[in-house]
Design a protein around this ligand. Structure first.
Ligand code: NAG
Ligand code: NAG
Length: 256
């Protein structure tokens, strides 16, 4: 008798005419297919979705800044004439500039009753502030109306990303007391933004603490005070893997 290899078959075939489909079997099969589909889709979405990695390191990421930060400001004061509006910059290194005009534009609004100030300037990485005020005007007005809307306030290299890079963008103080001054205290955090091509851009994210003002504070101003603690770098890395393993999106920043 020739040796028959088929005795090792664990999965023996049942003759076709002995099988019988049942409703329970069909139900379980459909359930299995749905479950497999669910697992496949959830794994796929997990693969495509962004992964966030946090890292800490100590240093100021932007070594070439020369201790300076670029600022981009866009603010409208709908009830203050452009002749009265000016930008003043002040800091602990002794800088005190009233009516800064380089790279800035004043655009009349509301038939000249209001003004939009758009400007780009640099500040030193030392304690200080900058403010939009009437201080540079030749004659100080009686009751200047400091109500305003901030369209944009961003630091560092320009990014298309909004959120914490432009936290004051959209701040609306149009219904506040017209004679009030405004003081925005910002906590700013250096951020390295690395785009999909690996290009790094040095920017800043910030949060705003807006303190209500003392009554007789030096008046007529919208003051912005950026503060930073260069103690720690907090790095957040969002690794997007949309079918390319080597593409990534990351940003790191100094944390308080
Ligand atoms: C400033 O904001 C206004 C209002 O959103 C906008 O129309 C204008 O283009 C902005 N200017 C710049 C330089 O982005
Ligand atoms: C910086 O950090 C120190 C210690 O953590 C803290 O006392 C100080 O208030 C911080 N300064 C700012 C501007 O956040």
């Amino acid at each position: 008798v020739p040796f028959c290899w088929s005795v090792f078959d664990i999965y023996r075939k049942v003759p076709k005419d002995l099988t019988q489909p049942t409703y329970t079997g069909a139900f379980i099969s459909i359930l299995c297919c749905v479950f497999i589909l669910f697992l496949f889709l959830s794994e796929l979405t997990g693969f495509i979705a962004t992964e966030i990695v946090n890292e800490l390191y100590v240093d100021d990421p932007d070594k070439d800044s020369g201790g300076k930060i670029d600022v981009s400001l866009n603010i409208s004061l709908p009830n203050l004439h452009c002749d009265l509006v000016g930008l003043d910059i002040q800091d602990e290194m002794g800088r005190h500039e009233v009516g800064h005009i380089d790279n800035s534009m004043k655009i009349p609004l509301n038939q000249g009753d209001g003004c939009r100030f758009e400007g780009e300037f640099t500040i030193n990485k030392v304690p200080g502030n900058f403010h939009v005020s009437t201080h540079s005007a030749t004659a100080q007005p009686q009751n200047p109306d400091m109500t305003h809307t901030i369209h944009k306030l961003a630091f560092g290299e320009k990014l298309q990303v909004q959120g914490a890079f432009n936290a004051l963008g959209g701040a609306d103080k149009l219904s506040s007391n017209p004679l009030a001054s405004h003081d925005y205290i910002l906590k700013i955090v250096p951020t390295v933004y690395e785009d999909l091509s690996g290009k790094q851009r040095f920017s800043y994210q910030y949060t705003v603490a807006n303190k209500p003002h003392r009554q007789n504070y030096p008046s007529n101003l919208v003051q912005i005070r950026p503060q930073s603690n260069h103690s720690q770098v907090h790095r957040e890395e969002a690794a997007a893997l949309p079918l390319h393993h080597n593409s990534k999106l990351s940003h790191h920043w100094l944390a308080q």
